[in-house]
Design a protein around this ligand. Sequence first.
Ligand SMILES: Nc1ncnc2c1ncn2[C@@H]1O[C@H](COP(=O)(O)OP(=O)(O)OP(=O)(O)O)[C@@H](O)[C@H]1O
Length: 669
Amino acid sequence: MTDIRLLKTTEKRLELLRQMNIHTLEDLVSQYPYRYEIIEEQYPTDEDDHVVIEGTVISPVKIFFKGRMSRMTFEVEDRYLQHFQVTIFNRHFLRQYLKIDTIVTIIGKCQNHRITASDLKVKPLQEIKGIYPVYSLKEGLTQKSFRQYIKKALHLLHQQIEDFIPEKYLIQHHLIRKENALYCIHFPENKKDIQEALKYLKYEEFLKFQLTMQLIKQQRIQEIGMAKDFDVTVFQNWILSLPFPLTTDQQKAIKDIVEDLKSPHMMYRFLQGDVGSGKTVVSLAALYANYLAGFQGALMAPTEILATQHYQTLTHFLEETPVRIELLTGSLSVKEKEASYQRIAQGEADIIVGTHALFQDKVVYSKLGLVITDEQHRFGVMQRKALKNKGQQVDFLIMSATPIPRTLAISMYGDMDVSTIKTMPQGRLPVITKYIHSASMKPILKDLKNYLARGGQCYVICPLVEESDHLEAKSAMQIADAMQRYFQKQYHVGLLHGQMKDEDKEKVMTGFLNNTIQILVSTTVVEVGVDVKNANMMVIYNAERFGLSQLHQLRGRIGRGKEQAYCYLMSASSSPEAKERLQYLEKSHDGFEISLYDLKLRGPGEVLGQRQSGLPTFLVADVMKDFPILSVARKDAQEMIYDYVQNHEYQGIMSQIQEKLKVNNEYVD
Ligand SMILES: Nc1ncnc2c1ncn2[C@@H]1O[C@H](COP(=O)(O)OP(=O)(O)OP(=O)(O)O)[C@@H](O)[C@H]1O
């Protein structure tokens, strides 16, 4: 690594570079432009009024001042003898250079031969023509000086930049060399240079990521876990005692998990399935098998409501077994908590269900063997790690209800095994979804009244207010008030929002579950996992504010039994895109398709909660758009891992990755 002081610039500038996390010349040349400014002759077209025109000044310059601001106008003639009136603001200091017959290049917007220039160069186009990289910089650094630093750095590093990508794959994929790729990304001569550079850099980025993931996976496979042995007959009898036959995918997922538990390797499995596809019962089976093998299991949920619900489900399904289930949440009294800690530490609790409370220092497990987290993107990497570290060689299962295509899942979560539940339990009817162009409930009141009269219950989801729980709660309160006034004493309205105390939330949820509350007005607190079979109508306010996967999740709260369910997506937005997205949900009921559509629209960070989940963010590559490159990199990484014992070149690469892993603990859970 080469120190940036070699740039021989001022300490102030070096400090600015350091603030951008640039400490070495290698860091500097890895700072890629986020866009390019292309200067080439351009005349206005029907679609675009952007122009780059060379012309000769043919009139005297006029300047108008308003305070310190100025407006300068003059006329030019281009090489086709057309005349243009040019206006530019705050460049009066250029006046002295703009004599008649001077050749200038004008960049700006043009309408009816009038150009409002954003830039003006007193040079022929030929001299400034080119592609200019634009970087995201700290204040105090200019694009021009930054480009010069990069040029100098590339010069100083000449012939020292090694190809990370092995020779074999450089040839196979027709990739240019790394040094060349860096030159091309920073100083392209044409668009092809940029393409070639990006091809190299994206592939390199994905290859590093895949190698890292697979190396972690390989290390884990080598790590000796606990081979869990249990009585399969007892387990199978329990499965047969369930009130419904399992779907093929549920059976397959349970089989995967049981095999993992029995193997001497640690389980690290990602279980994904559409909303309502029956993941909970699969996690329950895992916990039961783990119990039969003599270990404690922990099931961690993102909210208290959900933890309580899981606790109830577990208690219900394991009623006939001697399993002791413990609910550990933040709202327990100090005394209750102490008693709970004691039972956990002394092995008097077999399955512990809870929220973040599960991994506090005070909680000591007697023999933890399995950790299951629900909705992985709600938990930070550190939290998951803390829980896993509470036992030795703990098996790990992560459940997600934002399903993504298997191929994408495998490539993204390269270090995990993936089980996917696609089939829905028998007899499920798709939720009839209607987009209603309205800001109020009026158009659906009749449907709602009829439905309630038939004995049903309804969710009303309030507008999403980004980053303001307070406003969100306020709007929920107003809607709940209005609904209660409308229905008087006929039906009971419950209110649920994030600012309420946990015990109050629980009271409302229990009321809804027992049908003492018929209308539940709620913010997205109910988004994940809540299961009330008698509630089969949902109204969502300002539906355009939600992501599609999120709406699908919300809609997944209803239609969980055999009854026909209805979801109304209300939106007063006049944006055609909003309408298109909501209409898409009327047609599509497949969580996989919806997440794919959403991923394309909003990117993986938004949909999968990338930052929180600790997934890497890529510098140049895009998981969705560059998926074909990711697939190729994955295949190559597998091949490299397989071959590296005999291959010196690969050994060097692997030790680089291992080194980095040690330093950053990157991607590790
Ligand atoms: N094979 C099955 N046949 C019939 N009903 C089932 C089956 N599996 C699960 N169920 C029921 O379907 C409902 C939804 O299951 P569950 O809560 O496990 O779904 P989920 O995948 O966890 O959904 P979510 O992502 O919404 O939390 C539950 O009431 C559950 O009892």
